[in-house]
Design a protein around this ligand. Structure first.
Ligand SMILES: Nc1ncnc2c1ncn2[C@@H]1O[C@H](COP(=O)(O)OP(=O)(O)OP(=O)(O)O)[C@@H](O)[C@H]1O
Ligand SMILES: [Mg+2]
Length: 284
């Protein structure tokens, strides 16, 4: 295993009471010099790395966000990260062996949720599990579906078709579907858009839960919602344009662990965090 950059950090969390230890270990995703143009440049030399975050005694997965304003190129980058589209140049490698990403090996929760409209919610979830590498018995499978449905307020909707659900219900189904496929990497395009505040909190709690189910679970959230994206992430990348240059690139990397803002469900109340949110809103 190559440890391209390893850091041991003892961090004093915001508020000064808790001391949280973490290690930034091996690289799980690396994006190198990714560029894309249509009639004009969209993405220019996008570079970033996602590291395995290790915390003693915990199954700590990774939550990364890519934040940028509408139209900047987030969905295009999302498609490239998922292996659904090739960049004009550059590469995306994933996993501890850092192989080039292929379509299908990364879970995707797209901006318009990919559910089969002619199948019920329960059948959609069953199908997701059939695609999974994890071998589970029929009864275990049913039980897992019921548990997830229960946890995310979908129990009474399992017999319905996607068109009979609200946007938020469809989105939660889509997220659960991706967990059930067993992919460790899940990319989410705008997971907070179109949801009310209560539902945003539920989705955030769901994502935090997924990120702690397995050490290697890695969520990459693509969003223009600065506050919620920063609140849930251990690391955030700002995707923006630089003066006088065409195409968006990573203009800022925020290590929220080092800042003491990571893994705190109450962080949105923190004055220093709010200040960071205001600063970043000006930068996107
Ligand atoms: N197939 C295409 N051909 C030409 N231009 C395209 C194509 N798809 C996207 N674009 C352009 O690429 C740019 C980035 O689009 P993208 O969908 O990635 O934006 P976004 O950041 O996801 O926006 P939003 O936050 O509104 O979802 C836009 O200017 C868009 O018009
Ligand atoms: Mg988009």
């Amino acid at each position: 295993m190559t440890y391209d950059r390893e850091m041991n950090v003892t961090m004093r969390a915001a508020g000064g009471r808790d001391t949280q230890q973490y290690t930034k270990a091996e690289v799980l995703m690396s994006v190198r010099n990714v560029s894309l143009a249509f009639d004009k440049p969209i993405l220019r030399e996008v570079n970033f790395e996602v590291h395995n975050i290790v915390r003693p005694g915990l199954n700590q997965g990774q939550v990364i966000s890519l934040i940028g304003r509408s139209g900047i190129g987030k969905t295009q980058l999302f498609r490239i990260l998922a292996g659904l589209q090739s960049p004009d140049s550059g590469s995306v490698a994933i996993g501890t062996d850092q192989h080039l990403v292929e379509a299908g090996e990364v879970g995707v929760v797209s901006q318009n949720y990919l559910l089969f409209n002619h199948r019920t919610i329960k059948d959609n979830l069953r199908l997701a599990m059939r695609r999974s590498d994890v071998v589970v018995s029929e009864s275990d499978r049913e039980q897992m579906i019921m548990q997830y449905a229960e946890a995310f307020d979908l129990s009474e909707h399992l017999g319905k078709y996607p068109m009979q659900l609200s946007g938020g219900q469809r989105q939660r189904t889509s997220i659960i579907q991706q967990i059930l496929t067993g992919n460790k990497f899940i990319l989410l395009d705008e997971p907070f858009s179109g949801l009310d505040a209560l539902m945003i909190d539920k989705v955030m709690a769901l994502l935090v839960k997924i990120s702690t189910l397995d050490e290697l679970n890695t969520l990459v959230i693509i969003s223009h919602d600065v506050e919620n994206a920063l609140a849930i992430s251990d690391t955030a990348f700002i995707l923006a344009r630089q003066p006088d240059l065409e195409g968006a690139t990573i203009t800022e990397t925020l290590d929220l662990m080092r800042m003491g803002f990571a893994w705190n469900p109450e962080i949105r109340e923190n004055a220093d965090f709010q200040k960071l949110v205001r600063q970043m809103k000006h930068k996107i």
